[in-house]
Design a binder for this molecule. Structure first.
Ligand code: SAM
Length: 273
């Protein structure tokens, strides 16, 4: 999906990251030129919030699971002084990631590799911290990814992940629009998500409900899709817009009425072997 439609997503979300933007709390007021700039600004604010939450030390090394375009990894390395290794299954994004680190002059501290969240190619205890920003919604087996994150962390290391959770009873049409547009299985309940954290070995440290940010991001994406539809059709073809047009509205109402969005911070116990 990111290989084929990463550029289209950037037209709807901004291109400073590929995650939910932070609109609430809105923080310091900043004027922006248009809705794309607003989306970019909200994504940067969310990245900064996650950087503050994970608190990587200057001598720390974080694994970025599902690293997108590499911009959050670069931002984290710049602000913390630490090292970041990013993995993704999008070969197309990988080139962009490497370029982002090079352009920032951080290629010695920020590196990227092709890698699957459910089967990480790193040894036990390799990282001081890890995060997975909006990667878990895509996974067929989240429990396996939680076990892998636990395995590659050192004892005492923190893991931050964000995920969607299902609220209420959506229609089949709404679920179908979400699974097609987001190339993801339908979200589980938050209780199911939490029930997978303990068996992986983690202690829960903090949970933040950021659901209004997911709903607002979806509204913004749908507005930008309508505004930029002609441009999208020109770049991606009439087949792409014909496929996407009927999905947008049920996707928007699904996100507004049936999707919660949580930030979860967990820790591998100090005593873990
Ligand atoms: C919504 S994007 C988030 C990107 C980035 N974390 C950010 O915050 O901008 C989801 C990311 O997860 C990656 N992804 C999806 N399935 C994956 C898997 N099985 N293993 C590793 N990465 C995966 C995608 O390639 C994409 O980079």
């Amino acid at each position: 999906m990111y290989d084929r439609f990463g550029d289209m997503l950037a037209m709807l979300l901004g291109d400073s990251a590929v995650h939910i933007g932070m609109f609430v709390p809105h923080g310091k007021h900043q004027r922006v030129a248009d809705l794309v700039a607003l989306a970019d600004h909200a994504q940067d604010r969310q990245t900064d919030h996650l950087i503050d939450t994970i608190g990587l030390a200057p001598d720390g090394h974080l694994l970025d699971i599902g690293c997108g375009t590499g911009d959050p990894a670069v931002r984290l390395a710049r602000r913390s002084g630490g090292r970041v290794t990013g993995v993704t299954v999008s070969k197309r994004h990988l080139d962009r990631c490497v370029e982002a680190a090079r352009t920032a002059g951080l290629a010695d501290r920020v590196t990227f590799a092709y890698g699957n969240a459910m089967e990480l190619a790193y040894g036990d205890g390799s990282f001081d911290a890890a995060w997975a920003i909006d990667c878990f919604p895509h996974l067929a087996d989240r429990a396996a990814a939680l076990r892998e994150a636990y395995r590659v962390l050192r004892p005492g290391g923190y893991f931050l992940f964000t995920d969607f959770a299902l609220r209420g009873s959506p229609s089949e049409e709404q679920v179908d629009a979400y699974t097609q547009l987001w190339c993801s299985p339908a979200p589980t309940s938050f209780a199911t998500l939490l029930s997978e954290v303990g068996p992986a070995g983690f202690e829960v440290t903090e949970i933040r409900n950021m659901s209004s940010n997911a709903a607002l991001t979806a509204e913004l994406m749908c507005t930008l899709y309508k505004d930029r539809r002609a441009e999208i059709e020109e770049r991606f073809g009439a087949e792409a817009t014909a496929h996407t047009d009927p999905l947008m509205d049920p996707f928007r109402t699904f996100c507004r009425d049936h999707v919660d969005y949580y930030l979860t911070l967990v820790r591998k116990p100090e005593t873990a072997g």
